[in-house]
Write a protein that binds this ligand. Sequence first.
Ligand SMILES: [Zn+2]
Length: 91
Amino acid sequence: MKWDYTCKDCGVNTRKGKVNFYSVTDELWKEFGVGRGMLCLECFRKRLGRDFKKEDFPPCYLNYFDNPVVREIINPTEEEINELHNKIRNN
Ligand SMILES: [Zn+2]
């Protein structure tokens, strides 16, 4: 089955560009997300009802490097980037 990358709330293609493809913590996604569906960053923020903070995004390549908006929110330190690299290497 083909994965549906359409935002469940506004219908935007979350795979178009990089800003709408991200990963949040399981806790947040369980409470505000749409299960196996997708939400663009802005629609998820609306559901969340507040601005994002660093802790909302788990350390992963996607959040740290791929998504420029999320990267700005996290603003990972050199140490955190190194930790992520170690984590990826050890998996
Ligand atoms: Zn949306």
